[in-house]
Design a protein around this ligand. Structure first.
Ligand SMILES: N[C@@H](CCC(=O)N[C@@H](CS)C(=O)NCC(=O)O)C(=O)O
Length: 308
């Protein structure tokens, strides 16, 4: 497999012609997703193609995946497993050496040499979708005051929460006994900040939206903010990080809503399938803590918190 040359960092700044999707076959293993095997006609002008990692282990993959799946935006995708040389090589060959990457079809790219542009950051992909490609879908909240807060917390997720992101890797299908999980320095600060964000987003929304327009997501209707914070909920579940924390009822309701959401459940099923079928694994995560204190999720909704 040849990785596509990085179009933005070549010394001559030449954008090479797109040579078609890289490896479409893993879709067969994630049949619950809307993504399609790339059409034979690789020149499909409006095509949106995603290069991703196994969603069990990649929060940034899953955020973007959830946007495409929730808003039912047609796309093609390839999923790579970081645990094998081939997957690693593909990721190393990407513009910023990270997933997700969105490759735009010809019409959308509209480059002088007919090449295709690659958007190599999840936040950039989301902004492009929200402001340019699918402005009518309200990927960001419609109300300007809600949108400003949504953008702030989305950006904070992308640049902050360094302890949770660095020391508590996402691993969708696994749960550790919370008593066997150390709370490293700064971990509680990140958790408390997240809980505060959930609570203030819900409060602000309730103070602005009429009741009938509030669907219970962070900003009423589902938006990129829900997508951005969804993988934090997996971390809380996998490592038992909400143990001992006080959650207000709005926060509990939002958490339960996210675990029971039709689209997150559908993606969750695929993540569990990946694990059960051994499609993608990351061994070092299995022994992060005492391996006798871990068990697997058979059901993604086991993690409801009690609300009133
Ligand atoms: N800021 C980037 C971060 C992306 C990122 O860190 N992706 C991880 C997977 S979740 C990755 O590709 N890691 C590969 C590596 O670090 O080698 C974005 O939001 O797109």
């Amino acid at each position: 497999m040849t990785a596509v040359t990085n179009p933005f960092y070549t010394s001559k700044a030449i954008i090479p012609p797109y040579s078609g999707p890289r490896i479409p076959q893993p879709h067969a293993k994630l049949p619950g997703l809307l993504s399609q095997i790339a059409p034979d006609d690789a020149s499909a002008d409006e095509a949106l193609h995603l290069t991703l990692m196994s969603p069990q282990f990649s929060s940034w993959t899953s955020r973007v995946l959830l946007l495409f799946e929730h808003f039912r935006i047609p796309y093609t995708a390839e999923f790579h497993n970081y645990n094998n040389a081939e997957g690693k090589a593909v990721i190393q060959g990407l513009p910023a050496r990270t997933v997700p990457v969105l490759t735009l079809g010809k019409t959308l790219s509209d480059l002088p040499n007919g090449g295709r542009q690659e958007i190599h950051d999840s936040m950039a992909i989301m902004m492009l979708m929200a402001y340019e490609l699918f402005a009518e879908k309200n990927i960001l909240p419609k109300d300007v005051r809600l949108r400003r807060y949504a953008l702030s917390i989305i950006a904070e997720m992308s640049t902050g929460f360094s302890v949770l992101r660095g020391d508590y890797s996402v691993n969708f299908g696994l749960q550790w006994d919370p008593d066997g999980v150390p709370r490293v320095e700064g971990c509680d600060r990140d958790i408390d900040r997240a809980i505060f964000i959930f609570s203030s987003a819900r409060k602000l929304t309730k103070s602005i939206l009429p009741k009938e327009e509030d669907r219970g997501y962070l900003f009423g209707s589902f938006s990129a903010a829900d997508s951005w914070y969804w993988p934090l909920l997996w971390r809380f579940r996998t490592y038992g990080l909400l143990k001992g924390k006080t959650l207000d009822n709005d926060v509990k309701k939002w958490i339960n809503k996210m675990w029971n959401d039709e689209t997150t459940k559908r993606i969750g099923e695929e993540q569990i399938r990946e694990r059960e079928e051994g499609v993608a694994t990351l061994e070092y995560l299995e022994t992060l803590f005492d391996p006798t204190k871990k068990w697997e999720w058979g059901n993604w909704v086991d993690f409801e918190v009690d609300d009133e």
